[in-house]
Design a protein around this ligand. Structure first.
Ligand SMILES: C[S@@+](CC[C@H](N)C(=O)[O-])C[C@H]1O[C@@H](n2cnc3c(N)ncnc32)[C@H](O)[C@@H]1O
Length: 278
């Protein structure tokens, strides 16, 4: 069993604050909003944005005792910046990094300070921000673990990194080509083209990759000693169902979206922490 599987949180005896929010009602509310993703993205993304800011705020408070006020939140693969308002309301400076200009302009939002760049080579110096997050991006990136390493690189010691992605064999893994991805990503892509007369936006092998729950757990297990994994859990599940992460095989089908929460330890030499540098 992988170290990160034994417990959904590594800090013994500590239940993350966010667990209290992870109720069945919240799961049903989020699930209900998923049907608006194509027809009314503002409804869908509005709900997810509030939930994401709560999640990040709760883990940051567990870690530092502080709120998000005054922090910089770097959102890797932030798309048009749907999360900007929510993080702004919480008092954080929100910076989306996005490689695709058409995604950046997709919703007509104007987020000051948006940066064009790839998560696999973040255009920021080491230890630059208190908080670095990515939401539903790793499955669109050919080298997701390089992106995760980059996210840790730019996070200050004592800062927070939240890495959340859609699991390939989960119900949403195939994106618009699902559920045919269960018969193979290439088959699902060709079937979509035959049916719709065009390539899917999320094309397997080009902009959609098979990232398993086990991959995230293995990455969490193998992080260097200066990285502490704070929690690994299924993003949209109620707290009482977080155990699915611990069951090989089943987790690939049921987790749907895996969240890995990590912090970079401040060095014993008294290196300034994210709080000191805020
Ligand atoms: C499904 S969207 C997620 C948008 C937003 N983070 C959310 O949770 O709603 C995936 C985003 O990842 C971006 N992306 C693709 N390749 C990337 C890369 N190499 N680095 C950073 N972002 C990337 C895409 O352009 C797209 O905006």
């Amino acid at each position: 069993m992988l170290r990160a599987e034994r417990s959904t949180t590594r800090r013994a005896g500590q239940r993350p604050r966010f667990a209290r929010r992870a109720t069945l009602c919240r799961s049903l509310r989020l699930l209900g909003s998923f049907r608006f993703e194509q027809t009314d993205p503002a409804v869908f993304y509005g709900g997810v944005a509030t939930d994401t800011a709560d999640l990040v705020g709760d883990f940051y408070r567990d870690l530092t005792g502080e709120s998000l006020r005054g922090t910089i939140v770097l959102d890797v693969g932030g798309g048009p910046g749907y999360f900007a308002d929510e993080f702004g309301r919480a008092g954080a400076r929100y910076l989306p990094v996005e490689p695709d200009p058409s995604e950046m302009h997709a919703a007509g939002l104007r987020v000051a300070g948006s940066v064009r760049g790839s998560g696999m080579a973040l255009p920021f110096r080491d230890d630059a921000v208190q908080i670095c997050i990515s939401s539903n991006v790793a499955e669109h990136v050919p080298q997701p673990w390089l992106m995760a390493a980059e996210m840790l690189r730019v996070t200050k010691p004592g800062g927070l990194m939240v890495f959340s992605y859609t699991v390939w064999l989960g119900p949403f893994g195939g994106h618009e080509t699902g559920p045919w991805h269960y018969l193979g990503g290439e088959y699902a892509a060709r079937r979509y083209r035959r049916k719709h007369g065009r390539e899917p936006k999320n094309r397997f092998g080009r902009s959609l990759f098979a990232v398993r729950a086990a991959d995230g757990l293995r990455w969490a297990r193998d992080t260097p000693d200066d990285i502490e994994i704070l929690a690994v859990f299924p993003r949209y599940h109620p707290r009482w169902a977080w155990w699915v992460v611990r069951v090989p095989g089943l987790r690939e089908l049921l987790v749907s979206n895996l969240v890995v929460v990590a912090t970079k330890r401040a060095s014993a030499l008294g290196e300034p922490t994210a709080e000191d540098a805020a």
